[in-house]
Design a protein around this ligand. Sequence first.
Ligand SMILES: [Zn+2]
Length: 135
Amino acid sequence: MRGNTKTGNRPEARLRSELHRRGLRFRKNAPIRGDGWAVRPDVVFPRLKVAVFLDGCFWHACPDHGTTPRVNRSYWLPKLERNVTRDRLNDRLLGEAQWQVLRIWEHVETVEAANEIEAAVTSRRRAQENGRRVS
Ligand SMILES: [Zn+2]
């Protein structure tokens, strides 16, 4: 099972360096605060309001690789369910605050993940440049 360290794990580090290589500038683990809540996405584009979460397959119950442990199920099942519930709540709070939320599974190839992020950032930037509301 993968560790749950929030920073410095390898898929995240690879993704960040790929984004840098493409000239994308972002903040890592920057908190986003709203009315009575705060979330800390893995990658944040503050001006464009794009928030990226890199979700671990185990901790966030990936449909392909999420496993329910056989041992201590009464401990793990509610814990994993809480994680998923919190993910959906955070998605909703960010969406209501006009953020675009990208959730990328840890198992996604780095280049593919970076493509998805770059596409979202480019389209938000274009929308801003066109003077439209980005919401
Ligand atoms: Zn997975």
